[in-house]
Each structure stands twice: as structure tokens, then as C-alpha cells.
Design a protein around this ligand. Structure first.
Ligand SMILES: NC(=O)C1=CN([C@@H]2O[C@H](COP(=O)(O)OP(=O)(O)OC[C@H]3O[C@@H](n4cnc5c(N)ncnc54)[C@H](OP(=O)(O)O)[C@@H]3O)[C@@H](O)[C@H]2O)C=CC1
Ligand SMILES: CC(=O)N[C@@H](CCC(=O)OP(=O)(O)O)C(=O)O
Length: 310
């Protein structure tokens, strides 16, 4: 029998892309509230409590409200795409490659990772865990995102202001993704994070510069690449490239994609490296990750319904 999935926030950017990925899937029965009811508390309460799975595609406050509406005794299992519960007690961080597929499969409350942390953690967490990068190092993260990363509001802004060529932000150095980056990479310090937006709908690059010879671990770039390749060996979603091209591009017309690509670039003598991730902020960065987690929680193959062809 099909399991029911209620998407709270189904009219938003992330919610719509989850609907696209679930369309035509016979294992699930999709529950979506129409325009007149989608913000109605009573309608949401009953949908949240009647579903096998609730996927929250809401601003943080509305996600907290949704969780409070769910009776703890109900059978509903939750996947929260917001940043409200990413380091909260009782929640499983929905990054199966890092926390383990069984942990996600067995969880009742799963918090989807943020888009930038998906790139950062995919690169850094396995290397810190393996002792190849120091936990005490003050890491920096430079990243660019397509404007859909900011949801409907940023999409509307970039469409209304086509003259914007580049937007640096997060200048208060308190971005909401910092706690999860620190926690799940096991770092002593929060990274210094420089996010930015380019006039492309989707796609992102996350770049972590490493002065390897100044670090206590003195790892060689080849060792970093080999560790990542081994860590993600067999993954249908994460690819660690053996070769580094001269440039990495984002395209304005990119199609939706649920994979994640990783590179270790280095200088000729191997004293410096840049760890680089490329992903779709709405794919492995949000909606693709939510569907991967839903698949695991429902006992299905993790890539069902995902778009992984390039
Ligand atoms: N966009 C992305 O790339 C990523 C987004 N996320 C996270 O996913 C969540 C959703 O983001 P995104 O889809 O981009 O945002 P959008 O703004 O595009 O969509 C949010 C949706 O939630 C609805 N909503 C707001 N308040 C309520 C409420 N009280 N009850 C019911 N519905 C409500 C909005 O309706 P209305 O517009 O009418 O207010 C809108 O349809 C956010 O927490 C975001 O941070 C995570 C990773 C990546
Ligand atoms: C371009 C842009 O604005 N990006 C968003 C992050 C998108 C994301 O990952 O969403 P969460 O809020 O769920 O973490 C930002 O920086 O706030």
C-alpha cells in the first residue's frame, strides 16, 4: 500500500521540486493543501498528523510550528528542509553518506542539511574524521549559489533586478549554516564563510582553501583525494573526480540534478589545496536530499525518483 506524504509548504521552491521528484511514484500518495488551506492551522494540523511522512518546506518559524502541531504519539515521521532543527536534540542529520544510511532509515525526525553545508561537509567531514585535516584549524569557505537558494523572495528579486551581476552577502559573519558546518565536521571553530549569489537559477560551488604545509597534519593533496574517493566509493550520488579541470562552471540554464561532485585541486608542490564541491542547491542541496531521505525512511532504494543523469 502507498505511504502518504504531506508536503507542508508545497507551493514554495523546495516543495515544488519535491513534488516533481515524487510525481508518478506509486509507492507514495502525495497530500498537498490547496491555496485556500495551505496556511490554515487546522488543515495543516490534521494533514500533519494523518500522514506517514511530513516534509516541511517552510521558513524556520513555520517549521517549528509544524512540529509543535504534530502529536508525539502520532505515527508521522518528519523530514524538515529548514534550518530549524539541524543541530537540535532528538533529530537525525539527513546526510546519509555521513551519518549512515541506517541512522536515517530508522529515524522519526530527520533534518535535511543546508545547501552550502552539503558541499562543505561532504569535503571536510571525512578528512577531519580520518585525521588528514586538523579539527582545530580555522577553516574558510567561499561559495556561490544560484538565486533559487534564497527561495521565492530571492528569485523574485533577481528576476526584477536583472542588472545584478554578483551578490556577496553574509557580511555579518553569522550565517545560519555555521552551526551545522562546525558540528558535523567536528571542528573546534566555526568556519569563516563567504557566501554569494550569481544570476543563475540553480547550482552552487563550495570552495575550501587549505594551506596544507601550515597545518599540523601536513597531508598531501593525493592523500586527501584518495581518502575522499574511498569514503564515497560505490555512492550513486557522490562522485570524487580524479582529475581537476582548468575551470569549473555554473550555467544559467542548468537542469535540475541530484548528484554531488567533489574535487581536490592543488599547487605543483602540493603545499596548498582547494577542496571544491559542485551541486544543485535544489538537488542534493534540498529537494533531492529530502527525497533520498524519504526513500531510505520508507525502506526503498535511496536513488528512486532522483535525477542523476548528466
Ligand atoms: N531554496 C533552496 O535552495 C533551499 C531551501 N531550503 C530551506 O527550505 C525551506 C523552504 O525554502 P524555499 O522553498 O526556498 O522557500 P520559499 O519561500 O520558496 O517557499 C516557502 C513556502 O512556505 C510557505 N509558507 C510560509 N509560511 C507558511 C506557514 N506558516 N504555513 C504554511 N506555509 C507557509 C510559503 O508561502 P508564501 O510564499 O505564500 O508565504 C512558501 O510557499 C526554507 O527553510 C529554506 O531555508 C533548504 C535548502 C536549500
Ligand atoms: C542563496 C541563498 O540565499 N541561500 C540561502 C541558503 C539556502 C539553504 O540552504 O537553505 P536553508 O535555509 O534551509 O539552510 C541562504 O544563504 O540563506
Amino acid at each position: 500500500m502507498a505511504q502518504s506524504v504531506f508536503i507542508d509548504g508545497a507551493a514554495g521552491t523546495t516543495g515544488l521540486e519535491i513534488r516533481e521528484r515524487l510525481a508518478g511514484r506509486t509507492e507514495f500518495e502525495l497530500v498537498v493543501l490547496g491555496d485556500a488551506q495551505r496556511k490554515d492551522l487546522a488543515a495543516r494540523r490534521s494533514a500533519l498528523n494523518e500522514a506517514d511522512f511530513a516534509i516541511l518546506c517552510l521558513p524556520d518559524d513555520a517549521a517549528r510550528e509544524a512540529v509543535a502541531l504534530i502529536d508525539p504519539a502520532s505515527r508521522t515521521r518528519v523530514i524538515d528542509a529548514s534550518s530549524a532543527h539541524r543541530v537540535a536534540d532528538g533529530w537525525t542529520y539527513g546526510f546519509p553518506e555521513l551519518v549512515g544510511r541506517d541512522a536515517v532509515a530508522g529515524a522519526r525526525l530527520v533534518s535535511n542539511p543546508g545547501c552550502y553545508p552539503t558541499g562543505f561537509l561532504a569535503l571536510v567531514a571525512p578528512l577531519v574524521k580520518a585525521g588528514l585535516l586538523p579539527a582545530e584549524w580555522p577553516y574558510t569557505v567561499n561559495a556561490v549559489s544560484g538565486y533559487s537558494g534564497g527561495g521565492n523572495a530571492l528569485i523574485a528579486r533577481f528576476e526584477a533586478e536583472p542588472d545584478i551581476a554578483f551578490r556577496a552577502y553574509g557580511l555579518g559573519l553569522a550565517h545560519k549554516h555555521l552551526p551545522e558546518m562546525q558540528a558535523y565536521a567536528g571542528l573546534a571553530h566555526q568556519p569563516v564563510f563567504s557566501p554569494s549569489v550569481v544570476p543563475a537559477h540553480r547550482g552552487m560551488l563550495v570552495d575550501v582553501p587549505l594551506p596544507l604545509s601550515a597545518m599540523s597534519t601536513s597531508a598531501r593533496p593525493d592523500a586527501l583525494r584518495a581518502e575522499l574517493a574511498g569514503f564515497y566509493d560505490g555512492s550513486p550520488i557522490v562522485e570524487v573526480h580524479a582529475d581537476v579541470p582548468d575551470e569549473l562552471l555554473l550555467h544559467q540554464g542548468s537542469a535540475s540534478w541530484d548528484g554531488l561532485e567533489l574535487w581536490v585541486a592543488s599547487n605543483p608542490d602540493g603545499t596548498q589545496a582547494r577542496l571544491v564541491a559542485r551541486l544543485d542547491n535544489l538537488g542534493k542541496g534540498a529537494s533531492g536530499a529530502a527525497v533520498q531521505n524519504l526513500n531510505l525512511m520508507a525502506g526503498l532504494p535511496e536513488t528512486a525518483g532522483l535525477g542523476l543523469a548528466r
